[in-house]
Design a protein around this ligand. Structure first.
Ligand code: UT7
Length: 326
């Protein structure tokens, strides 16, 4: 049976750092509140010239280099993002052009913060059916452009960045074991970016109502996230008859340290089996898991044969998990 394997990873975060202390000068907040409630200390912010595709290209080039591959070796580009450069062309098409990936298809996926794991689900299926041989999957976000810097309940949470993986088929007993995706559109109003689409296109009114910024009912989202992610993680392992003690590393979406800790507690995982980098980057939506995965690889925290669990939760609402054998 052919399986899909991640053969390389790469990531990129912009240089500019905004600390909690910087935010104390912008809104009524404190480093203490942000650290205690979220685990975030600082986040990276793209410079004015950088859009999602710029961050995506940086991460993708590293993934190509780490795999010793050329752009021509890729036959599909998928970019998971909810902050695309523009509605169309897709960010994936822009990345394809910029990297010179000539004979390939390219499209975006929008499942907000779950986008990267949704992308793994799609890429896994396309490789297993033989439709594509080698896929570049990127999660890239410039959330700072849609962050309301007057709203203390959201502006302390988000950051910019990109992470990329390259996937191909393998006959070995490793790679993606299973992926699970789910949505509940009835809870769509918990996190949304109302403006800029065909419902509320850009107008004087949409600008005055600040509709082009993320709106989130944080506490309600938090409760659903804690419950959903703990169940998702446990169910994913159960579906594969893998005892949590056999898991080498949990790489969760980095939205809130308390949510991550709740999932780890449900699986009875010690701290060293949970990858956390939220203090450096905040919530980078679809980029958070591939950045964390790349950092875990570079830090030597993943070895051949390790079982790795990825899990994400975001706007839609959407949630998703993937169990891998490295
Ligand atoms: O990635 C997609 C999924 N997203 C998530 O999973 C995010 C989920 N939500 C969260 O992470 C948390 O709900 C937040 C970090 C957003 C908020 O934490 P919380 O513990 O749920 O706080 P809260 O919303 O219940 O607010 C508690 C208090 C409120 O004041 P009062 O009403 O008790 O007087 C807020 O006004 O904290 C206040 N507050 C702040 N205070 C200082 C809210 N934001 C801030 C702030 N600084 N930045």
């Amino acid at each position: 049976m052919i399986r899909t394997r991640i053969i390389s990873t790469g990531s990129y975060v912009p240089e500019s750092v905004i600390t909690n202390h910087d935010l104390e000068k912008v809104v009524e907040t404190s480093d203490e509140w942000i650290m205690e409630r979220t685990g975030i200390r600082e986040r990276r912010i793209a410079d004015a010239s950088q859009a999602a595709s710029d961050l995506a290209c940086e991460a993708a080039q590293k993934a190509l280099k780490h795999a010793h591959l050329k752009p021509k070796d890729i036959d599909l580009v998928i970019v998971a993002t909810c902050t695309p450069d523009m509605p169309f062309p897709s960010t994936a098409c822009i990345v394809q052009d910029r990297l010179g990936i000539k004979h390939a298809a390219a499209f975006d996926i929008n499942a907000a913060c779950s986008g990267f794991v949704y992308g793994l689900h799609v890429a896994n299926s396309l490789i297993k059916t033989g439709a594509h041989k080698r896929i570049l999957l990127v999660g890239a976000e410039v959330l700072s452009r849609v962050t309301d810097w007057q709203d203390r309940t959201t502006c302390v949470l988000f950051g910019d960045g990109a992470g990329a993986v390259i996937l191909e088929g393998t006959q070995e007993k490793r790679g993606i074991i299973s992926t699970h995706i789910q949505s509940d559109g009835s809870l769509g109003d918990l996190i949304m970016l109302p403006g800029g689409g065909s419902r509320f296109s850009c107008s004087q009114e949409s600008i005055l109502k600040r509709l082009h910024f993320i709106k989130m009912k944080g506490n309600e989202t938090f409760k659903v996230a804690v419950r959903t992610l703990a169940e998702l993680a446990a169910n994913t392992l159960e579906a594969n008859r893998l005892d949590p003690s056999k898991l080498s590393l949990l790489i969760p979406h980095q939205a809130n340290l308390r949510i991550i800790q709740a999932t780890a507690k449900r699986l009875n995982l010690p701290d060293e089996k949970v990858f956390v980098n939220i203090e450096k980057y905040g919530n980078t939506s679809a980029a958070s898991i591939p950045i964390a995965l790349d950092e875990a690889v570079r830090a030597g925290r993943i070895n051949d044969g390790d079982h790795i669990l990825l899990e994400a939760f975001g706007g839609g609402l959407t949630w998703a998990s993937a169990l891998l054998r490295w």
